[in-house]
Design a protein around this ligand. Structure first.
Ligand SMILES: CCCNc1ncnc2c1ncn2[C@@H]1O[C@H](/C=C/CNC(=O)c2cc(-c3ccc(F)cc3)cc(O)c2O)[C@@H](O)[C@H]1O
Ligand SMILES: [Mg+2]
Length: 214
């Protein structure tokens, strides 16, 4: 029977990456998606910007919205200090199954908690159910029209610490205009745009980094 793109991405990881070596997992996915078939991973060019923001923030707790195959999940977690944790939310069970195997191949199960469900339902439960106090970094890479409502929800739930950072993928392509307008005009955020390109292409895209001022 016909395989799915996430299944083929997992296959590329299992064939080309070394178990327990997160960077080889990232490299295997990038090589596959650049040479065989495009997929909506943040990719290697924007990934370097992601790496620099993660290293700068040096977060203890990270929230990712939209796991997909786990590319950015593994990329972020590979840079976290020993006791740091990353919670990633994914509501498509077929993608979650693949992402869990990619995360396992990278050997990052101890750092990453993949929670199945929709961000709107799960965000209000993160404090009580997962013992989260506040996030140092949130990576937004799920449905683009959900960036703004989920940011407001994260604020309402007191899940972003003062100085905490929101990092949003795709603010140009496909675009998140309402989100951009909000974080760039709100006095409670200090925003900065990192110009780059859509993963594996020459199309312009970029990441928006927004520091929560409290
Ligand atoms: C109620 C839904 C909102 N809450 C949610 N809660 C949890 N997981 C959610 C989610 N929404 C979506 N997801 C998951 O995130 C992922 C969705 C990501 C959406 N991303 C994009 O559409 C995207 C699209 C492009 C793209 C760019 C150009 C183009 F021509 C075609 C596509 C590039 C990207 O980098 C992208 O991130 C999936 O795994 C989905 O199941
Ligand atoms: Mg994206």
């Amino acid at each position: 029977t016909q395989s799915t793109r996430p299944q083929r991405i997992l296959g590329a990881v299992q064939q080309n990456a070394t178990r327990g070596d997160p960077r080889s997992v990232v490299r295997a996915i990038d090589q596959y998606c650049r040479s065989q078939e495009w997929a909506m991973n943040v990719g290697d060019e924007k990934g370097c910007i992601l790496d620099s923001v993660v290293s700068e923030v040096n977060p203890s707790t990270v929230l990712e919205l939209g796991t997909y195959c786990g590319y950015s999940t593994v990329r972020i977690a590979s840079l976290l200090p020993p006791h740091a944790k990353l919670i990633t939310l994914e509501f498509n069970p077929k993608f979650a199954v693949i992402a869990r195997q990619v995360i396992a191949w990278a050997g990052l199960e101890d750092k990453i908690q993949l929670v199945e469900g929709s961000s709107g339902d799960l965000i209000p439960k993160l404090k009580e159910q997962f013992g989260v106090k506040a996030f140092d970094l949130v990576f937004l890479d799920h449905w683009k029209d959900r960036y703004l409502p989920d940011t407001k929800l994260i604020e309402e739930c007191g899940l972003l610490r003062k100085g905490g950072v929101l990092l949003a993928d795709n603010v140009i392509c496909p675009g998140a205009p309402e989100y951009l307008e909000f974080v760039r005009s709100s006095p409670r955020y200090e925003s900065q745009y990192f110009k780059s390109h859509l993963e594996y292409t020459k199309v312009e895209d970029g990441l928006e980094k927004s520091v929560f001022l409290g």
